[in-house]
Design a protein around this ligand. Structure first.
Ligand SMILES: [Zn+2]
Length: 432
């Protein structure tokens, strides 16, 4: 291991993580127990604010105004009730500023559970079993958010004070637009580095795809199904459009083969028709079908150009269909409009997180390129703040029986604590 931190100090910090781990798990479970799906994040934000306030951090808790964000780069499209949307930031101020500043950001929103009958235990009834914590958001990413909080606790419990300003940021909307993270930047939060403890399997993740969300609005000609040939079935027509978009997905994966990060990866671009709604009656030919879709774009690809390609693909598919040719589907932007990003090589950050990792885990240090996106993009792309993800090992993320490995969580918490100590520097607190 590169010795960036005195081994005796590192040992004290790691011991403090161990000493606090039961309390950390209890707070993680309390956060996982809150069903903070989109639009319902407030109770989770209340808990995060309580936890940070109890630690004496300077609190900032505000309602997000889309008016303030709409002209910022990669601002997504909000289509749901956003009146209760909040961001919570707790700031640690050092006794005297001697080191670099840091943002630690987690998102408290989670994706829907899907049918409850497919879960072995309730998604919002966290259960610890065989070294795992189960529950929606246990991996993505409530355990990581709480790990950041406890990593800073461990430094202080070890009798040390970080020398740089640290913002602990709990945001919403990571899973649909990213405007929660964007709101912290609009509010003026800045630091020399940002660490997001997303579930990366303890790998260093400084590269991720971008994502575009869109809704296809396909129309049809309603008629009694007895004379179906006189009408046009919007649901069947939607299949044609989806097939055309699968062709676009193939083209983009072909293009990805020359990408410096994703070139060697099989199928990095994933297109997903994720929600389908349509029709009003089983015996009426449906006059409408809406499909919510997601597709990835690679770092360096221009989102506006990609949007035009999507529109052109849909328009071309419509021309081959008798009804759609004169009634083309509409494409509505319905969430993410996000570029991919790749952190510029940053030896200081990489050496430090590698050392922190190797001091905390037996697993070899690894780099990962993500085929999902995360909020780090805003920091790196538009605000010149180097940002990366590093977090615990999770499984079944966005699926049934989502879980996080407790051993990995413990190691991750140690690694984050050592990274904070290395990045911000630490000073011994005067004996109480
Ligand atoms: Zn996440």
């Amino acid at each position: 291991m590169t010795s960036l931190l005195d081994p005796a100090i590192a040992q004290r910090i790691k011991a403090a993580v161990d000493a606090g781990f039961d309390a950390q798990l209890a707070d993680t479970a309390a956060l996982v127990a809150i069903p903070s799906t989109r639009g319902a994040e407030s109770p989770a934000q209340d808990l995060m604010a309580d936890l940070m306030r109890a630690r004496g951090y300077a609190m900032d808790d505000w309602t997000i105004a889309m008016e303030d964000l709409k002209d910022l780069p990669d601002c997504g499209v909000i289509q749901h009730d956003f009146s209760r949307a909040r961001t919570v930031v707790g700031t640690y101020h050092p006794p005297a500023v001697t080191g670099r500043s840091l943002i630690l950001q987690g998102h408290c929103d989670v994706v829907p559970t899907g049918p409850l009958s497919m879960w072995e235990t309730g998604p919002f009834t966290p259960v610890i079993k065989d070294g795992w914590m189960y529950g929606r958001g246990a991996a993505d990413m409530k355990s990581g958010t709480i790990a950041a909080l406890y990593a800073l606790d461990a430094i202080r419990a070890a009798g040390l004070a970080p020398g740089g300003r640290i913002h602990l940021q709990s945001v919403i909307e990571e899973e649909s637009t990213g405007v929660g993270a964007l709101s912290t930047l609009q509010r003026g939060y800045r630091a020399d580095c940002a660490l997001l403890p997303e579930p990366t399997d303890q790998a260093f993740n400084g590269v991720c795809v971008g994502v575009i969300w869109f809704r296809l609005k396909v129309s049809g000609e309603p008629t009694h199904v007895a004379v179906a040939g006189e009408g046009s079935n919007a649901i069947r027509a939607a299949f044609n459009v989806i097939q055309a978009l699968e062709g676009l997905e193939r083209d983009w994966n072909e293009r990805a083969k020359s990408d410096p990060y994703y070139g060697a990866m099989d199928h990095p671009i994933n297109f997903n028709p994720g929600i389908i709604k349509g029709g009003d009656w089983a015996s009426s030919v449906p006059a409408w079908c809406d499909i919510d879709c997601r597709i990835a774009v690679l770092p360096g690809w221009n989102v506006d150009d990609c949007r035009r390609e999507i529109e052109a693909c849909v328009a071309a598919a419509a021309k081959t269909h008798s009804f759609l040719a004169n009634n083309p589907p509409r494409v509505e932007w319905s969430g993410y409009l996000s570029h991919g990003y790749a952190l510029a090589p940053n030896p200081e950050i990489e050496t430090l997180i590698q050392a922190a990792h190797e001091a905390s885990s037996e697993q070899p240090f690894a780099h990962r390129y993500s085929t999902a996106l995360n909020d780090a993009r805003f920091y790196s792309l538009y605000y010149d703040i180097p940002a990366f993800c590093y977090g615990p090992h999770g499984e079944k993320i966005h699926g049934f029986n989502e879980r996080v490995s407790l051993q990995s969580l413990r190691e991750t918490t140690k690694a984050i604590a050592l990274f904070i100590a290395g990045w911000c520097g630490v000073e011994a607190l005067p004996a109480a």
